[in-house]
Design a protein around this ligand. Sequence first.
Ligand code: SF4
Length: 292
Amino acid sequence: MDYDMPLFRPPSEARSLIFQVTLGCSWNRCLFCAMYKTKNFLVRPFDEVERDVIEMSRRYPETRKIFLADGDPLAAPTDYLLKVLDLMNERFPSLQRISSYAGPTNLKAKTIEELRMFRERKLDVLYLGIETGNDELLKRIRKGATAQQIIDASRKAIEAGLRMSTFIILGLGGVDGSHAHAKDSARVANAIDPQFLATLTLMLGEYERIYEEKIMGGGFKLIDKSQSLQELRWFIEDLELTDCKFGSEHASNYLPITGTLPKDKEEILGHIDKALKNTSSGMLRPEWARGL
Ligand code: SF4
């Protein structure tokens, strides 16, 4: 099986067998994201996917986890996806779960009945970038969905029995928008009540000027190490979740933390406060070790 590069997957899918059901991202307009800018969106013909699944089922018949790529397989028609999921279930008898990236627009377009049919075929976890719960910022970054639409789409998936793995990008609002970004993002995370929640931290490098001028309309200042910790604290302190695995281990973050919310909330906040008191302590990832 040949992959159409670039290929992305969440860190937690490192042990999954990846099948590209779609190529690229059907939206591909988020201004901070360059993941699929080199690709035109395409739902791969079923017989091509079928050929890959059959080939890999011969090579790895014991596969238990599958990840569907690229950016947003839910953009594919429901009948097509059901056929793909049926084929995977048939060819991999030990299959336990299938997961996929999901964009809010395409998730919103699926009915709860369609999502239940996916769930019955072992589609289990959807990775969805909330990015921010702040509507003004969502508009600026051209996410293509409002906070309420992200909440509604995610809640529908949870009601259908799927688990949501969501993430927020610290720093999207810069220094001036930091507080509103953190608080609105916590409000949206609370409304979704996801099973998994993670943070990334915005890294712009040479694109900082473009982000400032084209997206934020000038006056944007990227948050620094301690502002990122403060933003994380503002975010975590407002979270009221039922049972959620939280992680900030992504390489872009300064402070790697993992825990379960609400159980570990005070411990996580204590950890952030400790790091805030001394940002030159060994608790923080050095700048050179950060990456996307
Ligand atoms: S929906 Fe996701 S993959 Fe597509 S452009 Fe936006 S951030 Fe990138």
